[in-house]
Design a protein around this ligand. Sequence first.
Ligand code: COA
Ligand code: MG
Length: 294
Amino acid sequence: MTAPLRPRRSALYMPGSNARALEKAKTLDVDCLLLDLEDAVAPDAKDLARKQISEAVTAGGYGEREVVIRINGLDGPWGEDDLKAAVAANPDAILVPKVNSPADLQRVAHMLSVHGASGDLKLWAMMETPEAMLNAAAIGACGKDPEVRLACFVMGTNDLAKETRAQLTPGRFAMMPWLMTCVAAARAGGIDILDGVYNAFQDEEGFAAECAEGAQMGMDGKTLIHPKQIAACHEAFSPSEAEVDWARKINDVFDLPENADKGAIQVDGKMVERLHAEMGKRVIAIADAIAARS
Ligand code: COA
Ligand code: MG
């Protein structure tokens, strides 16, 4: 049996050094929390952030929210301590920054078993380097390897812009080939994928447009930097009532005895195949999972 669908419409980053944010997270209507030890935390605050995240995750109180700790890279001075602390705190997942190749994830996965990580602990991968864009298929394929326990890609569009010099403009035309390559790599590996952040968090119109774009691209959700982005993000990444009604309708029509041997039928003037009914089942399952949550 496959695991039940887990809505990952929204994933809010917060610096581990910000105790107020770690506390506030318990009250926010958000699907995932990305508790950051990496780029949102200054070098002088790394130890404090690690301690605060460890204590907060160990104490719990985050309810249904999926709790994810982003560690520093293992090649730097903090990564190994971060990993040990994260394993001990036992969140839902550890987010690995700047993954370049499957070997980077295999190395972390190996350390998880060395440190006795829970079997349920997952790995998420930041996709944010030029190397990762070129190796996306191989990295995504880690989703099929139970030992790596990869469950989700997170697009790191700010790092990608920095490393490639491609610009983040409305519509993101320069990024689009990489974003869509990563969507394909995630699907081929059977994992989820979350879109990058929108930095101008006061710009509601631009943000809503980028959420809609991500949903059209097939992203499962979007990473966020501020609580005020959550509502619009959920709006964009939740199936609408009309989509759910349509999904139920075409499934009902295919279930009729007279359609039992048909592969394609007409519903409301549109050609509908069994693959559309399958897609509809996923829409219904996501809508049910969201409803069960709220
Ligand atoms: N997570 C949780 N709570 C947050 C939050 C976040 N990412 N960002 C802001 N808040 C809270 C604040 O604590 C404040 O709460 P309060 O009024 O109850 O005390 C409230 O939301 C309003 O915050 P505001 O004053 O508008 O923002 P700010 O100027 O304090 O912070 C940022 C702005 C950008 C510094 C902050 O939103 C942030 O740190 N975002 C995440 C950055 C990050 O993690 N980046 C790494 C990945 S890209
Ligand atoms: Mg980054």
